[in-house]
Design a protein around this ligand. Structure first.
Ligand code: DON
Length: 307
């Protein structure tokens, strides 16, 4: 535990000078306001320890990291039938790309690109009203983090609602192929709110811990998913969690991970820990620049790579 703390502190210190190198997401105006100098790291271990450094207790917009949790919920509800709506192959395209949809009959390549995540949210919405679905996603996050102090930032949701033309285009296109069942405005209302969930690195690391512990949250004892499903969720993160940068992330870090344009990344060290980093400056693929570098250093020094 002391060694881990020292390791995390050293990585945080060493990368502090690189925070200005990335570029904050500006296509969602509310995210463009977040200062580049924010930087937090949290490691939750399967033994129940939590190490936090820097801004690890400050809530930020989890954005696409939410896609991991809605996928977990949709698989819980639909089981293997979910794969009829969304594929599970790396896309090799940007997170918000529309090009593949036309060739592939409106079926998104994977649940983590925006099109796939919108299809997954449509599956979560099934049988309920948008408000109920938003409530159940938020409750799921509180349950996983074992912390009720998790909220949705309505300014971020509104900001994206007002500027999310590309997501509307994706949803309407998929609706034309009957890949999504609900009106695009309803599905996106839920999707924008799940992306606007605000959580700290500490909360995110705790929420991901079930994926490091064969589907069971070691902090609460609750079984979240089966061991087989935890393995599959990890494989999905490894292949698709960083979009067009998934290969580079696997090469440099060697861990399953899911990024968000808020600058957060949740990475899983199977059998050992869940690690959440936050630094809002992004690289060209829309993934946290310093966050990736921090995970690369941590994984190398701790010997965490799964390869
Ligand atoms: O739909 C969007 O564009 C955002 N709400 C989420 C995108 C995102 O986080 C992509 N990840 N790096």
């Amino acid at each position: 535990m002391e060694d881990l703390k020292q390791l995390v502190e050293a990585v945080h210190r060493e990368l502090g000078s690189k925070l200005e190198e990335g570029k904050v997401a500006d296509y969602i105006p509310q995210l463009a306001k977040v200062p580049l100098k924010k930087f937090g790291i949290a490691v939750a271990t399967v033994e129940g320890d939590l190490v936090t450094v820097g801004d690890a207790e400050e809530a930020f917009s989890i954005q696409s990291i939410s896609k991991l949790f809605t996928l977990t919920m949709a698989l819980g509800r639909w089981g293997e039938r979910l794969w009829a709506r969304v594929d599970r192959e790396p896309s090799g395209s940007r997170f918000n790309s529309i090009v593949q949809l036309e060739h592939e009959h409106g079926k998104p390549r994977n649940p983590f690109i925006n099109a796939g995540a919108i299809a997954v949210t449509d599956a979560v919405l099934s049988g309920s009203q948008p408000k109920e679905a938003i409530g159940s996603i938020l409750r799921f996050m509180r349950f996983l983090a074992a912390d009720d102090d998790i909220t949705i930032d309505p300014r971020v949701a509104r900001s994206e609602q007002a500027t999310g033309h590309r997501n509307f285009a994706l949803a309407h296109f998929m609706r034309s192929f009957d890949v999504i069942e609900h009106p695009p405005a309803e599905v996106l209302g839920v999707y924008f709110h799940q992306c606007a969930i605000a959580m700290s690195c500490a909360q995110l690391a705790r929420s991901g811990l079930f994926l490091a512990a064969e589907g069971r949250n070691p902090l609460t004892g609750h079984r979240v998913v089966s061991a087989a499903r935890a393995r599959r969720l990890n494989s999905m993160m490894m292949m698709c969690g960083h979009y067009d940068g998934a290969g580079d992330f696997a090469f440099r870090v060697g861990l399953p991970g899911k990024s968000g344009v808020g600058g957060g990344i949740l990475a899983i060290v199977p059998g050992k820990a869940a690690v959440a980093v936050w630094s809002p400056g992004l690289d060209a693929n829309g993934n946290s620049h310093v966050g990736t570098a921090a995970l690369e250093l941590l994984a190398r020094r701790a010997g965490w790579s799964v390869f």
